[in-house]
Design a binder for this molecule. Sequence first.
Ligand code: SER
Length: 887
Amino acid sequence: MKSSEIRSIFLDFFTGKGHLVMPSFSLIPQNDPTLLLIGAGMAPLKPYFSGERKPPHTRIATCQKCVRTPDIDRVGHTGRHATFFEMLGNFSFGDYFKEEAIEWAWEFVREILRLPAERLWVSVFEEDDESYNIWRERIGLPAERIVRLGREDNFWEIGTGGPCGPCSEIYYDLGAEEGCGRANCIPGCDCDRYLEIWNLVFTQFNREPSGELTLLKQKNIDTGAGLERLATVMQGVTSFYETDLFKPLMAYFVDLAGGAELDGSGKVSLRIVTEHSRGIAFLVGDGVLPSNEGRGYVLRRLIRRAARHGRLIGLEGSFLAGVVPLLAELMGSVYPELRERRDFIMQVIATEEERFQETLAMGIDILDDYIQELKQKGEKCLPGELAFKLYDTYGFPLDLTAEILKEHGMTVDRHTFNRHLSEQQRRAREARAASESGGKTDSAYAAARDLETVFTGYDRLEEEAEISLILVNGDARERASAGESVEIFLNRTPFYAEAGGQIGDSGVIEAKGGRAVIARAFFTPSGQIVHEGKVQSGHLSTGDRVAARVESVRRRGVCRSHTATHLLHRALKDILGEHVNQAGSLVAPDRLRFDFTHFKALSPEEKRQVEKTVNKVILENLPVTAEQMTLSEARRRGAVALFTEKYDQDAVRVISAGDYSKELCGGTHVKATGEIGLFRLISEEGIGSGLRRIEALTGMEAYRQAAADASLLQELALKWKVAPEQLLLKAEELLEANRELERLNRQLKERLHGYTVKSLLSGVEVVEGVNVLCSAVNAESFEELRGMTDLIKNSLPSVVAVLGAVHEGKVMLVGTVTDDLVKRGLQANKIIAAAARRVGGGGGGRPGMAQAGGKDPAALPQALRLVKDLVREQLAAGSEAGGPQEK
Ligand code: SER
């Protein structure tokens, strides 16, 4: 049975049992800060278990993409551990419970999959007699096939807490030959014989943040069956890698690696590359980008680990990116994002692969050196600071370092590594906190948690409202007086709170008895709008009726920038390609910053085109409208909505600028594009792996910039006494004239040096039969000094010459020794090194030619005088040793 069939018959089976089938959720958890990635079918459904949110149906079934990395070390070594997998699951939220869950699971494996009963085993939680009895009596499973296991195996929960409960697992016996061979081997054994294919969790409890276990309001069911494992069993094989989910991918990599059969560690590497390639593509497909933190780090680690194992079997270049089209073909019908974002996924992976390839070889070399040193010292643990250096400078994930060390029977001091890492992260956090909104925690706003503020600012800039809470230094206050800094909460407000890149509004809040100036509005971590500012006069009290007025000039500037951001986004997609997606933005009055995915710098022509396109749309004065609709409607109408999971599926706000752009957005906008006035692209730069940033101006700021540019041109034209349109020509003329002058200058200097050298020749001294010439001269660079020593050598076929010069307070020394004298043991590098020490510096070179810098011009005569002594010493040493000293 093909894996695609297993997926569909599972979902069909549970549709028949009254379940609503939902598509897989994103791998990125939505509104759940406790989870890094979705690692189980139940994870995106957490609020339905607690009853905190009402599910669309009390019975749901899914095939959920999952990423889990705790077993990453076992990937490839076994045929049943993966970092990416698909989990088939049926869920009940306060609907059916143990009996139906067990019965239906049994019906599915026996009657639909037709797995032979004699191969099936089950486990139950040791205290769960109820489940035991259902298996024993209702299903009629023989007692010896039901194993009671402890909390470790049969109480399922996520490490970070949440809905959990005892569970019952179904195992498939792969046969004694796959196992440990022990007579008492049963499910729960660590060997590979019994493959767990389905976990039925009776989700009755909640693990609180305190660690305490509390009863949920309702009884739920959460089941999970790994698709890869079911495929293993249904396709009569013993590992994932032999199923139709992995086989084509493996074949692709084998081909790429030269087609030879691999075994031993080569086979493990091949499996690792294959396995990781799936998770890598799916993570990027869901919007994760490689970084050094959180999800981005999980992705980076997978890519780097795969890149390294690829190298071990001869794969180089962007081999991971190259498998994406095949993967999109294999799985695109179930996960359309793989097809839709295929090029984007490939680009992100290729960029990261290239970046890493550059440093990988270097990092491996360095680590090899460390390993050799450890071996020499007879030590087995790499110091944490060295591992950190590899991580910090060469992008080596700690686990990669640990893995390579393990291959040499060594370990790494993780504790010290982590200390260095958290120190670095703390510094980064502190730097960030300074610039981030509020920087305060939820608890600082505990008093505001149940307040509600109606936002009316899409249509109005002024609102009658009532003060519901005043905070001064985080404490609730009845009243605040002139001079005090306050945070004010209102029941209604026209103030836009900073969100989606758009900065918060400023303005005033005015009551009968006083007035506060509001610098900005933002959301508390739990979603209330805060007006932050200062009481300017009188006082404000809780319950006061007030007029809340947004500063309209500033707001209009923000609206211009925000609409311009949408036009820019569309223009970039049209000009560069659909792979361009917004990755972040800052929308301020008449100023915007737009981060987006793209893989190379924009050419000057592309920048011109982008700017021109946006300005054309501005001139067309298209109406800008906001509409509420369902997410699917928005998609149907072609709205730009990349990672839609963060939106409310039933009511999204779509902003349209005529037919030109349509985008999901909660921000404020102009009424027609003409209001933007003018758009100027100021800069474009790279800000990370596959990410670029554009800064642009709108409205009066754009005009001001244009005016400033024009007056700069005027000033230049005046200075050079030409018309502005002739500036370019003039600049070229000047550059040409300058080049000519430089050439002349060089010629003159050479002549001058010729004279200098001639006069120096009269100062040659003979030391033990050797011509020695040392002198201070006028020169501005080492190059000039070297030129002079060459001239000396042209006139004297056998000489030791050392020239010194002082330029801008620094000493330069150049020394040369002709070959015949090198043979007699004279070494320019040693002479120069000793002379340089005199002038407080150092340098290097070869016996024939050396140079050095120094800091002490006053000591230059002394240093030069030293040369004759050095020559004498070296000659003496040379004759003692009875031969040349050259290395
Ligand atoms: N949550 C359980 C698991 O992940 C069953 O879905 O195994």
